[in-house]
Design a protein around this ligand. Structure first.
Ligand code: FNR
Length: 371
């Protein structure tokens, strides 16, 4: 179908399923075990309802914001997803180019199909990019990646902490990852990879399962970039990150691809905010320590629920992969346009002029934990 016929982010998924190779579809769409968490990532948003206020002048609405001090036209960023070339020959560059057109921030994955420098080179001079980091068992490799990223102007380091071992994504495991694969990853310094069990396992064997809290001091010593932990799933760990002086956390279960029966990021957000208030007297959103959420965000209403509950911004993954796999860069631009239009409409319908007006009074979370 023509891009004009695409009305929402779900439409990209339906089209991608038809046009993508089996291997790419399996890698992008799969989630861990019985995919219960993957479904829950959507279901959790369905348990939150709105309490809109009326008779507010919403002629003009403004949903621009700042992530780690950097401007974004929307409270949305493009999260890190590996192996962009499985879906499209330009891979991650589709995301880089669409991001700048819409003034949103891209998080570059460690396991990109394009090289890190290619992705940074494709950005405009003033374009802000973050880096997602998988920590190598060989710390000298990690140190090089981090310091090179800082030199190239990366504005935030998101250390993935929910993947000491890759989850079982059985749809993906049934596919063999071959040497001639166009997505073959560069720059990972992985060495000795096992290609017999799908894309995910083939590329991830270098990740250090020994990574621990004490290692974070070392990260602070090798970089001045803000450090954020990606994949926090309980308030205790969020508080620990705060007490260590980190810049924030991403409440995320990796798109349901790691521990099945992990809770959704949006549900964890509620307990994080409650416990920070009770134990440290801090409220959100907060410039010094920012909360991000990802997993299952498909509509501006999802985005606004997370903002209302204290998130600074939300990450979106699969929809952009499906968009570029079907339509290249234009698809990603269309996805961002859809989100922008939905945000504008739903801000008006909620009676909110700016994101400062999108607070907890606008949502009813009384059924959030109704598992
Ligand atoms: C991911 N995600 C991910 N996260 C990460 O820290 N490093 C990575 O390399 C990847 N790779 C990756 C590949 C693919 C195909 C997917 C779908 C996801 C997780 C990602 O950053 C994010 O947490 C989820 O994608 C968010 O969920 P949605 O928006 O895809 O539902």
């Amino acid at each position: 179908p023509h891009l004009d016929e695409i009305l929402n982010l779900h439409d990209f998924e339906a089209i991608a399923k038809q046009v993508m190779t089996d291997k790419a579809w399996a890698y992008y769409s799969s989630a861990a075990d019985d995919e219960i968490t993957n479904r829950e990532n959507h279901a959790a948003y369905h348990r939150i309802w709105f309490r809109p206020q009326v008779l507010v002048d919403v002629t003009k609405v403004d949903f621009s914001t700042k992530l780690l001090g950097h401007k974004s036209s929307m409270p949305i960023y493009i999260t890190a997803t590996a192996l962009g070339k499985l879906g499209h020959p330009d891979g991650e560059l589709n995301l880089t180019r669409a991001a700048t057109k819409h003034g949103v921030i891209q998080m570059i994955p460690t396991l990109a199909s394009c090289s890190f420098d290619e992705i940074v080179d494709a950005a405009q001079p003033d374009q802000v990019q973050f880096l997602q980091l998988y920590v190598n068992k060989d710390r000298s490799i990690t140190k090089n990646i981090v310091q090179h990223a800082e030199e190239r102007g990366i504005k935030g380091l998101f250390i993935t902490v929910d993947a000491p071992q890759l989850g079982r994504r059985e749809k993906d495991m049934r596919m063999k990852f071959t040497d001639d694969d166009p997505s073959a990853v560069k720059d990972t310094g992985s060495g000795g990879i096992d290609r017999s069990q799908g894309a995910a396992r083939a590329i991830s064997s270098f990740i250090d399962p020994g990574l621990k809290w004490d290692d974070l001091e070392w990260f602070k010593s090798i970089t001045k970039m803000p450090l954020i932990l990606k994949g926090i799933q309980r308030w205790e760990d969020a508080l620990r990150a705060y007490d260590l002086g980190l810049a924030g956390v991403v409440l995320s279960n990796h798109g349901g691809r790691q521990l099945d029966f992990a809770r959704s990021g949006i549900e964890v957000l509620v307990e994080v905010v409650t416990n920070f208030k009770a134990k440290r007297g801090i409220s959100f959103p907060n410039e010094k320590f920012q909360l991000f959420v990802d997993g299952g965000v498909r509509r501006a209403t999802d985005v606004l629920k997370a903002i209302a509950l204290g998130a600074t911004a939300v990450g979106i993954g699969r929809p952009f992969l499906y968009a570029f796999s079907s339509y290249g860069q234009e698809g990603v631009e269309k996805a961002l346009t859809i989100l922008r239009d939905e945000l504008e409409m739903n801000m008006r319908l909620l009676g909110a002029q700016t994101l400062k007006d999108v607070g907890p009074d606008l949502v009813d979370t009384s059924n959030i934990s109704a598992h």
